[in-house]
Ligand binder design. Structure first.
Ligand SMILES: [Zn+2]
Length: 110
C-alpha cells in the first residue's frame, strides 16, 4: 500500500485530493476567474497547507514578472536561479529525506 513505484511527477510533495484541486485552480485563481466561494475555499486551504502556499506564491510571483514584461518573457538570471532554488526546495521538503546537502549551503572556508 505504501509501495508506490510510480509516484506522480510534477508534484514534488505528498498531496491530498484538496491539494490537487487547489493546484488545478491556481491559474484560474490568479486570473480571478473563480467564484467567491471557490476563492475563499482555496484561500482557506493555502492558509493551512504550506506546500500549496509555496506553489501559489511562486506562481503569483512568476505572473507578476511576466505581466511586467509585456514585450518579452525572458527571465533575468537572478530570477531563474531563484526559481530553480524554489523547485529544489519543494522537492527536498516533500521527499522527507533526512540527508543534508541541498547544494546551497555555504561552506566554512578560511
Ligand atoms: Zn495543499
Amino acid at each position: 500500500m505504501t509501495n508506490d513505484p510510480n509516484t506522480p511527477s510534477g508534484v514534488p510533495f505528498a498531496v491530498t485530493p484538496d491539494c490537487e484541486k487547489v493546484m488545478a485552480e491556481v491559474d484560474s485563481f490568479l486570473d480571478q476567474e473563480l467564484t467567491d466561494a471557490l476563492r475563499s475555499s482555496i484561500t482557506a486551504h493555502l492558509e493551512s497547507c504550506s506546500p500549496c502556499f509555496e506553489v501559489f506564491d511562486f506562481e503569483a510571483e512568476l505572473r507578476l514578472v511576466i505581466s511586467t514584461k509585456t514585450h518579452t518573457v525572458e527571465f533575468p538570471d537572478t530570477l531563474r536561479i531563484r526559481i530553480e532554488e524554489k523547485l529544489t526546495y519543494l522537492r527536498i521538503e516533500g521527499s522527507g529525506a533526512t540527508e543534508s546537502g541541498g547544494g546551497g549551503e555555504p561552506r566554512r572556508e578560511a
